[in-house]
Structure formats: structure tokens, C-alpha cells
Design a protein around this ligand. Sequence first.
Ligand SMILES: Cc1cc2nc3c(=O)[nH]c(=O)nc-3n(C[C@H](O)[C@H](O)[C@H](O)COP(=O)(O)OP(=O)(O)OC[C@H]3O[C@@H](n4cnc5c(N)ncnc54)[C@H](O)[C@@H]3O)c2cc1C
Length: 449
Amino acid sequence: MRIAIIGSGPAGFYAAEALLKRTDTAVEVDVFDRLPTPYGLVRGGVAPDHQKIKSVARVFAATAARPSFRFLGNVQLGRDVTVEELRRHYHQIVYATGNEGDRRLGIPGEGMGRCTPASVFVGWYNGHPDYRNAKIDLSVPRVAVVGNGNVALDTARILLRTRAELEKTDIAAHALEALVASRVREVFVLGRRGPAQASFTAGELEELGELEAADPVVDPADLAEGALVGEEARKGTLELLRAYAARPPRPDARKLHLRFLRSPTEVVADASGQVGGLRLERNRLEPRSDGTLVARATGESELLDVGMVLPAVGFAARPIPGVPFDEKARIVANADGRVVDSTTRSVIPNEYVVGWARSGPQGLIGEHKKASAQVVAHMVADGAGLDERPLPHRDAVAALLRERGVQLVSFDDWKKLDDVEVARGARRGAPRDKVVDVTAMLEILGQDR
Ligand SMILES: Cc1cc2nc3c(=O)[nH]c(=O)nc-3n(C[C@H](O)[C@H](O)[C@H](O)COP(=O)(O)OP(=O)(O)OC[C@H]3O[C@@H](n4cnc5c(N)ncnc54)[C@H](O)[C@@H]3O)c2cc1C
């Protein structure tokens, strides 16, 4: 069996691992990624001050060391190679392309300067090549982060960390420089619903109480009884929020305000046409017939004095030419990991999807292990007899790509780049200093060839 996996994030790597552990049949796995670097959001999403989480890359490197694994970096499906071509070269295809698009707030003013989707800000500080030149203007004193997930807390925390806290991480050098010079003093994290409905986890919330020069601020009124419908399930986070509400912030500390039951309704411009404020509407919670709680506007509004807005309200898959797309859910159209036609919902044989491209932006890295293995179980069940289908030689796909002028990056190439980054990082006492530009990455590898 020869299988192509498109995307080298956690879901793609866990699928590769499950496939290569099969003992019933010999399997060759080619993992493609549009970037020269592997690991998806482990490198480009997970916050730089979460090095322990990033260490999962070692597990993926062990999979990559298996003899029938191959990494083909710097190859974008839909640009460098088509789905039709992959079908000719592989028995089965797995899409593991993640959620690289954003969900929008859908309010007036959203497109203006200094209103920047969290994915752009996150990609910028993590040195993702797509966002290395993003315009991030940190000359404003107050910033609003819209959303109540862990990504919202990541962005707020990184905005308020000190030089000493940041320079020992693998934050991109350009972001370190900008954050050290930042004038941001206050960050407002805004939740549409109440504290008991926030989706951030207790661990991330706890970190906010341990920042070197910033303190969390919670208004006790937001923790009043009415706002806490659904409390039982969220005991850990609510205890922390109560502790923050009771604790006076240090006088000189920067402030990280956690505010609830507020929805943004308009991004307001300043005289220069960039963000000058965020209009908010107060909400109250109402139960739906299914027992869940919905935020309803009370008609009461306020203008929050901020000079930057970072919407962190979720992600969505980007459509890829030739891959069926579910427009409503904004994922690859699928039934339990089997790709289906987006209109008829009939199964497209031998094509599968894993990770966020399959389910949307839910789930931590570790959860993909089981989920990808479940899809691999479908592949095994569906694939009996496929080995009869003759394929071109395994090297034919690489030859095709080279003919097109694609500079392929192998896993050994990545290891060389990895060494370069680690050596550069050691100079500032950091785990690595990332190369953030694809051309520069290819040049480093070119010198070595
Ligand atoms: C900001 C942020 C912080 C997070 N922090 C944590 C955390 O601390 N702990 C935790 O457990 N989880 C965290 N997560 C969640 C975790 O990152 C995801 O669960 C996981 O990365 C999803 O895996 P994936 O493989 O589906 O997608 P991804 O990790 O996004 O990987 C997708 C890969 O596909 C590639 N690709 C996309 N399109 C193409 C194409 N057309 N051709 C070729 N390649 C393509 C991309 O380059 C990428 O490498 C975080 C997520 C975000 C966004």
C-alpha cells in the first residue's frame, strides 16, 4: 500500500504512525506539506512559552525515522500537485490540512488597520512564513481580544510578557523585538457568554496569575450569580476567576482584564482610520429548548477605548482545489473521516480526512492520536485488495515535482534546518531562533547540497 498524507501537523503525523504500525501489510507513507518545515500548528500555533507542549515534535520525529516514511516538504496540494495526480501515484490519500482560515466577527469596521485576526498575530509571533511581514502596530496602550478560548488567552499573555519571559522562548526574533518595544499596558479579553461558558481551560487561566509584570483583573459583578448559570461543569476555572476578582492587581503591573457577557457590535475608527475603539453590547444568558445557554443582547452598550482588536473566535478550513468542501461547516466534506461529495454526500473512494480539516477547530494535540487512528481503521477496512492496483515507481512523484521546479525538502533537510535554528537560538539562550522565510530556508539547504 502506498499512501499520501497531505499536511504534517499532529493529525497527519498520528495517521502516519498508525499506518506504519500496521503489521498485516507493508505500507509506504509520503507526508506532504506546503511549508519546508513539518509539525503544523505545533510549530506555527502553539504559544512559544509552551515549550513542553511543543516537545511532542519528538514523537513525530520518531515516526519520521521509520524506513518507509518520507517527508516531501515545500509541496502545496492545489498549487504544485493536483488531487488527480495524487490518485495516480497512491492507493489512498489522507487530507490533514488543518484549519488555516479564520472565522470573522461579521461586524462593521472589521477590516480596518489594527484589527488583526488572531491567526495572523499568532502566525507572526511564531514565525510562520505567511505572516512574517504582518503589520503589527504595538504603539497603542490598550488592546481588545475577542473570544474566550485558549487562543484568546495565548495572545493576551504573549502581549503582556516581559523581555525576560519571552527571550528564553522560541518566539520569532522580529516579534521579540516588537514586543519588547510594545506600549501595550492593558488587554481586555471579551467573552460573549458568561464565565461558566468560557471555553478556555483552567491550566491556561492559571498561567495568567503567574505573569512577571501583568495581573489578571476580574470584575466581581461579572461573577454574580445570574452570570454563572452552568457553574457545576466549570468549577476549576470559576475558582480561579473568583480568586482573581478578590486579588487587587499590583500597582505597577500591566493589566489583563477578563470581561464577560459582552459582544462587539462595531469597530470604531480613530482620526487616522485605524482602530480607535470597540463598541460592545451587554448580554444576558437565556436557556434554549435543548438546555444550552444563548447570549441575548440587553440593549445596553458601551465603547471600549482600545487601539487594537484581535478577533480570536475560531478557525475554518480553506478550500483546496479538487477536495470536496463543506461550505456550512467549513471543513473537508466527510462522513466519519471518509471524504464525501459535497452535494450528493456519496463516498469518494480511497480519500480520507483527519484532524481539524475533518472536525473543525476543536481538540488538543493529544486527542488527534485516537481520532486519526480511527480513520486509519476505516482505511484498513476499505483498502482490502487495493494492493492489486499497480502504481508508478515511488520516486515518480518526486521526479514530477522536480520537473516543475519544486525544491523538495526531505526530513533530513528539515533536520539540518532544525540544527541551524537551534544553534542560532542558543546565542540568546532560547530553544531555537526560527528561520521565518521560505526562500531563506531553501537557501540554507541549497548551500548544503
Ligand atoms: C494558536 C493555537 C494554539 C494552540 N495551542 C495548543 C496547545 O497549547 N496545546 C494543544 O494541545 N493544542 C493546541 N492547539 C491545537 C492544536 O494545534 C491542533 O489541535 C492541531 O494542531 C490540529 O492538527 P492538524 O494536523 O489537524 O492541523 P495543523 O496542525 O494545522 O496542520 C496542518 C498542516 O497542513 C499543511 N497544509 C495546509 N494546506 C496544505 C496544502 N494545500 N498542501 C500541503 N500542506 C498543507 C499546513 O502547512 C500544516 O502543516 C492550538 C491551536 C492554535 C490555533
